[in-house]
Write a protein that binds this ligand. Structure first.
Ligand SMILES: [Zn+2]
Ligand SMILES: [Zn+2]
Length: 361
């Protein structure tokens, strides 16, 4: 016996179902609350199979979808609410056990945010350890040179991520395919190629947008300067941006990479998580031995640290993966990593004249 909405306001009914039954598990209630933020063009399909006593995997679909394969542990085909109204319970009878899953689109939105805080958390823990030899700025310099407090940054990032959630869910609804089937993953080689294409697209988009935000005085003053209040970057400050910057650089940049590369929503979970890790790492303010990202990419925490300094403000715009656009367009500032007097490391420009000139501009 399925409990289904037959009122016009099926969403409201389904929310009642979610909240009414979710009380048995706190995490479901939390997720339901998070999903309640989903903008209205989305249709939430959720089936509470009372006799089985579990939540059927619920799945976010565009309003006019027809049917799709269940992305969860069951193999059955389920339909959107309209279709389900006519369906008999028997067709779902094969579903057993605790079934609970969210769509890849939702995971692609929420996993990178979880990754952001987990990876930054790792750096917060490390910050308390004996790592002064590997700091790009002396310990405590952030408190002196950064004009915003860490708590302000945490709040700023959370607001930023709230926007990101709303916009990406909206984008996924608009660009999501209506066929109703979960797309099959292509061969590993194709996925690798899609990753590389997406990295190039994201870098290209971000380079030109980022550089323009420095050239255009209005945009710099009102939007991008917020990110540059962190003269001494730290991991969880990576996404401390004006919401409009987050929208233009990260969300639209991410959507473009996703579309041009033609990756599946499932691949995008990994791609966006990787891009998040890379961005957080570029702001970590450390040069730890054995950091594999530093070995693989010349665009790294030292490279981006130059950009956060007053003298490097017009250089090293490239982010988050490669340095090619800076090299091609002459905005690359060569630097060396040297030991700082009093301990730790320092990314120092090779051409001091260039740095001095840039500082006085
Ligand atoms: Zn900048
Ligand atoms: Zn930055």
């Amino acid at each position: 016996r399925l409990v289904l909405s037959d009122s016009a306001d099926k969403n409201a009914f389904l929310w009642l179902q979610l909240f009414g039954t979710a009380s048995r598990t706190a995490h479901l209630r939390f997720l339901a609350a998070a999903l309640a933020l989903v903008p209205s063009p989305l249709d939430l399909c959720c089936v509470w199979a009372q006799d089985l006593g579990f939540f059927h995997p619920f799945y976010l679909r565009p309003r006019f979808g027809t049917s799709f394969n269940c992305p969860g542990v069951c193999s059955g085909k389920i339909q959107t609410v309209d279709g389900l109204r006519q369906q008999r319970f028997g067709e779902l009878g094969e579903h057993t056990g605790m079934a609970f899953a969210v769509s890849d689109e939702l995971l692609g939105t929420f996993v990178p945010i979880a990754v952001y805080w987990l990876y930054s958390g790792l750096y917060i823990v490390m910050d308390r350890m004996e790592i002064d030899d590997y700091r790009l700025h002396p310990k405590g310099e952030d408190e002196v040179k950064n004009v915003v407090s860490k708590w302000t940054v945490v709040k700023g990032v959370l607001v930023q991520q709230g926007f990101q959630i709303a916009v990406s869910l909206l984008l996924f609804t608009i660009i999501g395919d209506d066929s109703g089937t979960v797309r099959k993953q292509p061969p590993a080689l194709v996925i690798a190629l899609q990753f590389i294409i997406a990295m190039f697209v994201m870098d290209t988009w971000q380079y030109f947008m980022h550089r323009y935000m420095h050239i255009n005085k209005f945009l710099y003053k009102h939007i991008h300067s917020k990110h540059h209040t962190l003269v001494v970057p730290y991991a969880f400050g990576a996404l401390y941006n004006h919401p409009l910057e987050g929208l233009i650089l990260d969300t639209i940049g991410g959507a473009l990479s996703f579309l041009v590369a033609g990756m599946t929503p499932r691949t995008s979970i990994f791609f966006f998580s990787f891009a998040t890790i890379k961005t957080v790492d570029d702001h970590c303010g450390l040069w730890l031995p054995g950091n594999i990202l530093h070995m693989l990419f010349s665009n790294n925490s030292a490279y981006h640290d130059i950009h956060h300094q007053l003298y490097g403000n017009k250089y090293n715009f490239s982010q988050p993966f490669f340095v090619m656009w800076d090299k091609i367009l002459g905005t690359y500032m060569p630097y060396t990593l040297e030991e700082r007097k009093g301990g730790g490391l320092e990314a120092r420009p090779v051409n001091l004249g260039l740095a001095a000139q840039s500082k006085s501009d």
